[in-house]
Design a protein around this ligand. Structure first.
Ligand code: FAD
Length: 381
């Protein structure tokens, strides 16, 4: 992000802050919550307003694990890291459920179904089931399609849940007790003294004792350090008009290795998202909020193929920007030249699955120097 000479004219008042969070999405609000729990006085500064980034645009799947099946994750990261990430995910889900109940946020413990679109994927799902068995994680494998919609197999995760993500972010923000400074983008961060970080923003020059960056996909526009670590990646969703027959699923569906997904909404519509794998050139490496026609044509075709019983039109189409990392795991650490500035970004399209427990580690690292394990950015340095 650039700022002009006229905008950054140095007239912004100085404001002292104990713990400053940058970004008011799921991660930022969870960071505010954990910092407040640790006794810090927290302010969140947000370029737009609460939940206007990916956190308010996602599908609301609180789903266990990473974006690849368990055995494929073991092949990629090894058993120990995969298990650690699954545990981070389980802990994150437990937090969201607890927070949602505390502040009356809609949450449906409907579980999820990973669904095979081909024989080959069915074999992969079976391998995933065996690997989950060996690791001791609950699931149920079906060698047929329990939804009766043309899939080849399914793997059910009964502890997964569906939520209303904007309400969840607002709820977590409320629980944090933090102050929000909205419409206040950060331009620059530097630390010239041992315990004071200067954060230049549109309205204030903050002098903060600690800073936590939770800007996910946008991080590369904030600080060069993220230029080779965060790949902004667009995702698309649609919802139909209300279904006359009422809800048609009692689960969330996740097919083609997670590239396609759907669920009932709380107001009786069907939500369908995904298909970015079909249009990578357009959807990867962009920060532009735009409903991509080609991707939406693919979502429409999916809807027709797997939901011939849905005859109502599409009511709304939208996009959001996710933050991907080169190896598919979130990154947590401190900025190299600013020891009092931590970050927790790069949720790889799985912020509802991973962010709360990741951010909890990030806050503990920043305040107490506690190691953060598999999400440590050091693996990419
Ligand atoms: C269409 C779609 C569907 C998805 N579905 C799911 C799903 O079902 N389940 C799941 O787990 N995940 C899903 N995701 C991913 C999930 O939404 C993200 O992983 C999660 O929201 C990331 O949260 P965050 O707080 O890190 O980022 P964000 O919500 O993007 O928040 C970052 C915030 O930082 C602010 N910001 C940026 N730059 C600055 C600056 N310079 N100064 C101040 N503020 C700044 C932004 O305005 C933004 O509000 C989906 C994403 C999309 C787009």
């Amino acid at each position: 992000m650039t700022v002009s000479h006229w905008q950054a004219d140095g007239t912004q008042p100085t404001r002292e802050v104990d713990f400053l969070v940058i970004g008011a999405g799921l991660a930022g609000c969870a960071a505010a919550y954990f910092a407040a729990q640790a006794g810090r006085d927290v302010v969140i500064t947000e370029a737009r307003d609460i939940a206007l980034g990916a956190s308010g645009r996602n599908a609301g799947f609180i789903i266990t694990g990473l974006d690849s099946y368990y055995h494929l994750s073991v092949e990629k990261y090894g058993e120990a890291v995969t298990r650690e990430m699954w545990d981070i995910s389980k802990q994150t889900i437990a937090y969201w459920k607890e927070f949602a109940h505390q502040c009356d946020v809609p949450i449906d413990p409907c579980g999820s179904m990973l669904l095979a679109e081909s024989e080959a994927e069915a074999q992969d799902l079976e391998r995933a089931a065996r690997a989950l068995d060996a690791a001791g994680y609950d699931h149920q494998f079906y060698d047929y399609d329990p939804l009766n919609r043309g899939y080849f197999a399914a793997l059910e995760q009964s502890s997964d849940a569906a939520t209303q993500p904007v309400k969840l972010v607002q709820g977590v923000f409320g629980l944090s007790g933090a102050e929000l400074v909205a419409n206040n983008e950060v331009y620059a961060i530097h630390q010239d003294k041992p315990d004071v970080v200067t954060v230049e923003s549109r309205l204030y020059h903050f002098q903060a004792r600690h800073v936590m960056i939770c800007t996910n996909a946008y991080s590369l526009t904030l600080y060069d350090f993220f230029a080779d670590k965060i790949i902004p990646t667009r995702a698309q969703c649609l919802v139909t008009e209300p279904l006359p027959q009422g809800p048609i699923l009692n689960t969330m569906g996740y097919s083609n290795y997670g590239y396609m997904y759907y669920r009932d909404t709380f107001d009786g519509r069907l939500l369908v998202g995904g298909a970015r794998h079909l249009h990578k050139a357009a959807e990867h490496g962009t920060l532009e909020d735009k409903a991509n026609k080609d991707v939406h044509n693919a979502l429409d075709a999916y809807l027709q193929k797997y939901f011939p019983d849905v005859s109502v039109p599409v009511a709304r189409r939208w996009s959001g920007i996710m933050g991907f990392t080169p190896d598919g795991l979130p990154i947590v650490g401190r900025l190299p030249d600013c020891p009092n500035v931590g970050f927790a970004v790069g949720f790889n399209g799985h912020g509802l699955a991973l962010s709360a427990a990741t951010v909890e580690r990030a806050v503990d690292m920043l305040l107490n120097g506690t190691p953060v394990g598999a999400v440590d950015v050091k693996r990419l340095l």
